[in-house]
Design a protein around this ligand. Structure first.
Ligand SMILES: Nc1ncnc2c1ncn2[C@@H]1O[C@H](COP(=O)(O)OP(=O)(O)OP(=O)(O)O)[C@@H](O)[C@H]1O
Ligand SMILES: [Mn+2]
Length: 479
């Protein structure tokens, strides 16, 4: 599966002529809806093994083509020193300091005792573990550069590194664990709770829905395909709940919740506000459990974050409406208030709404930014576990409230063929992992919703013709 991940999701751009691709992209656009689903059906039939084989003979992926499109290769303004989230200490304070802090009074590294590796990092990037390279690559404008080899390395790392510790993460409503690796890397684990093709019960409110591990993984890929790069890399992994959680955890509260189910599977439920009870167990088969692992962001002490309430947050109530649902002038009020009245914040929120509409995520109550960058920075799209719950219906308000009422458009890429990438990607891990990341129904829903996004943007463009110079409209969106 891991091999397939790399075959299907290529991180390096092709060298083909961009103008030819540009034209091809435009002509493919009209054919996309009919051909994409046909192609996917071919791709997805059969086993994972078949998928790997097909991906190999097919030649350059659509994702590769998409990423070589000029819109994905716009020249960037050169980064200044304060555009990096973290930087290495100046030469004179270099890494001996880090080593000292892990050496006890006998002069021995305490890390060996706990099972952690001895630290031998220097200023040389080659000595850094993948998670550290990822942290050092975060800038004011994105979490990662999609062409940076560290991205692939950190994903490999999460999918394969030995698990040293697992404790519950406090905060939030549903069960999630912090996983530790021997070289001090960490990941946020969300377990599989339901089959991939299960559709959320239509009588459930969005705030009662389960989180889905595959939604976290698919959201990362979709965000990357859209060119946002605002979700920390997430991979799937098959873990052994007994040896990789129960036997190594130091979290008493967590270990007390383990039990063997009547079917003989090892289960646990942890402690949290929602669904942490014997009635909602997370179970291995009998030990094997599929999970998502998200790269941990830098420690808050090194890089504090600010949490912002989304202006289009839902009410989280069975009866109450949110302000944006009642007040026709709500959008104007938002547009005039800081931080939405300047810079890219409003269009960034619209980007987020486009992402959320595509994956039908109604749970975007907050978003975060890195404090260091003030208001001039990208928005972190964390917590996507409630996305991809329903494929048979779309939720127009996710898009309409911010996009239709707020601004002409955010930057929407010309097409989304590479969601096929998410389709082709199984959860990396041993070969028994659970098949395609998203069911065919969800992929069709993505195509349908993309169409709606483009139509909505076109409507906005048409409305604004004459009010905004055409060159601005053309720069804002290319369809
Ligand atoms: N990759 C990450 N690295 C570090 N911290 C993270 C990461 N992802 C999320 N967090 C932090 O953990 C908190 C809880 O995560 P998340 O929102 O996914 O869980 P949740 O149970 O769905 O929470 P809620 O119920 O508040 O929606 C987030 O508010 C965020 O600050
Ligand atoms: Mn949540």
């Amino acid at each position: 599966c891991l091999a397939m991940l790399q075959t299907a999701c290529v991180f390096t751009p092709t060298t083909s002529s961009s103008s030819a691709l540009f034209q091809r992209a435009a002509s493919q656009n009209t054919k996309l809806n009919s051909s994409a689903s046909r192609e996917r059906t071919t791709n997805l039939s059969g086993t994972d093994r078949k998928l790997v084989g097909e991906a190999k003979v097919k030649g350059p992926s659509k994702l590769k083509e998409l990423f070589s499109h000029p819109l994905y290769n716009l020249p960037h303004v050169a980064l200044q020193e304060d555009d990096w989230l973290l930087r290495l200490k100046p030469e004179e304070e270099k890494s001996e300091k880090i080593q000292e802090s892990h050496v006890d009074s006998n002069g021995e590294s305490d890390s060996a005792v706990k099972g952690y590796d001895k630290i031998s990092w220097t200023r040389d990037a080659d000595t850094h573990p993948p998670w550290l390279r990822f942290h050092l690559g975060i800038t004011r404008w994105q979490l990662y550069d999609r062409k940076d080899p560290s991205l692939e390395q950190v994903m490999q790392y999460l999918a394969t590194e030995r698990i040293l510790g697992a404790v519950q993460k406090s905060g939030g409503t549903q069960l999630k664990l912090i996983i530790s690796f021997p070289n001090y890397g960490q990941a946020l684990l969300k377990p599989m709770k339901q089959p991939r093709d299960a559709e959320t019960d239509f009588n459930l409110f969005y705030f009662s829905d389960f989180e889905r591990h595959n939604a976290e993984i698919a959201a990362f890929h979709l965000d990357r395909v859209l060119g946002f790069n605002r979700i920390p890399p997430v991979v799937g992994r098959l873990i052994n709940v007994t040896t990789e959680i129960r036997e190594i955890t130091t979290d008493r509260k967590l270990s007390r919740t383990f039990f063997t189910s009547p079917a003989g599977n090892v289960c646990f439920y942890g402690q949290c506000d929602y669904y942490c009870s014997t009635e909602h167990p997370v179970c291995g088969r009998p030990h094997a459990l599929e999970v998502s692992l998200a790269t941990f962001l830098p420690d808050l002490e090194l890089a504090s974050r600010r949490s912002w309430r989304s202006p289009w947050r839902r009410s989280y109530s069975r009866t109450k409406l949110a302000q944006w649902e009642k007040d026709p002038d709500y959008c104007d009020t938002v547009k005039q208030a800081p931080p939405y009245d300047r810079g890219t914040r409003l269009v960034d929120v619209i980007d987020m709404a486009v992402l959320d509409f595509l994956m039908s995520n109604m749970d975007r109550h907050h978003y975060e930014t890195f404090e260091k960058f003030g208001n001039e920075t990208f928005l972190l799209h964390l917590d996507n576990g409630r996305a991809f719950g329903r494929h048979s219906i779309d939720e127009p308000t996710i898009l309409d409230a911010p996009l239709h009422t707020a601004a002409p458009a955010s930057l929407v890429p010309p097409q989304l063929p590479s969601v096929g990438c998410a389709a082709g990607v199984s959860v990396p891990g041993p070969s028994k992992c659970g098949g395609p990341l998203l069911s065919e129904n969800h992929l069709s829903a993505l195509d349908r919703r993309l169409d709606t996004v483009l139509k909505t943007v076109r409507e906005c463009q048409n409305k604004l013709v004459g009010q905004v110079p055409t060159y601005i409209l053309h720069n804002i969106i290319f369809i």
